[in-house]
Design a binder for this molecule. Sequence first.
Ligand SMILES: NC(=O)c1ccc[n+]([C@@H]2O[C@H](COP(=O)([O-])OP(=O)(O)OC[C@H]3O[C@@H](n4cnc5c(N)ncnc54)[C@H](OP(=O)(O)O)[C@@H]3O)[C@@H](O)[C@H]2O)c1
Length: 311
Amino acid sequence: MKAIVIKEYGDISNLQEVELEMPVLAEDEVLVENYATSINPIDWKARLGYLKEMYPWKFPVVLGWDVAGVIVQVGNKVTNFKIGDKVFARPDIYADGSRGSYAEYVAVKEDKLALKPDEISFEDAAAVPLAGLTAFQVIVDRLRVKAGDKVLVQGGAGGVGLFAIQIAKHLGAYVATTASKQNHELLKSLGADEVIDYHETKIGDVLNNYDAVFDTVNAIDDGLAILQEKGRLVTIAGKPNEEQKASSKEVSDWWLQPNGKQLKELGNLIVEGKVKVVIDSLYPLTEKGVREAHQRSQEGHARGKLVIKVK
Ligand SMILES: NC(=O)c1ccc[n+]([C@@H]2O[C@H](COP(=O)([O-])OP(=O)(O)OC[C@H]3O[C@@H](n4cnc5c(N)ncnc54)[C@H](OP(=O)(O)O)[C@@H]3O)[C@@H](O)[C@H]2O)c1
């Protein structure tokens, strides 16, 4: 099968097209013919070797952890999915580094899968799992956002931020967010009550007494400063230090846990029109396409998701 791999850590020129053996399925896995995948910042961070200690992979490494496609093979112990099902998932990150989604076929454990609703295209579906599940888990489970809460989503125009704003609005929160000017209209159209241009205004000058902060940009002190005394902050972009953890406020970091059931819930919100998928740009699964997508992600101003069309 065709795949884009890295054979060592480094810049985008290390992303190379190769032919790989098809993945061999475990009993609890399905093989998905990949129609679309997406790029997340973890991809270029991994390419640069920032995750070396967490994942001591062997080369060549297949990056990419979003998949939308059709099941073509099922393991013996798979009970809830069958050949021909259209699915989407954030697959596990395997210890050997060979199982990413920049490939024509991806093996996925059954419990990470959700059926793709027919109303959602493969490209939109590929944009959802990693970023959408992160937003869902932080807003719903970790920050426990409820109707009437005042919530700040730092980095509202990013892949995660866009989902987070819409999920928090769906729960009935008042949502403030930060973004560059060119993204304000989009964020308001998706429900944000207040959009702050972080280039010009410090959030501490305009917001206070917030119940929850979702930090996607590693600005923990800024977030803590606007929280009410028992407010909650979750960061996905940094690590709270001892002083921050000692605050009277609830401060923690979060690492996404792939979860097929929650992905199904998110799919339902999209079908119901409560959450919209925003795609920044589409690329082909070629060396050039994936390199360009990495470049765009690494520049830090993607507006929504970068999607790779595989089939
Ligand atoms: N822990 C986890 O499980 C987990 C999961 C997913 C992501 N992450 C991490 O979370 C971060 C965000 O991920 P993502 O997928 O949303 O990234 P992304 O899509 O690449 O984010 C790009 C957005 O960030 C905004 N931005 C950049 N600097 C900003 C700042 N100082 N203030 C406000 N907005 C800023 C840009 O907005 P403008 O163009 O408007 O300036 C742009 O729209 C990354 O560091 C990623 O690695 C962690």
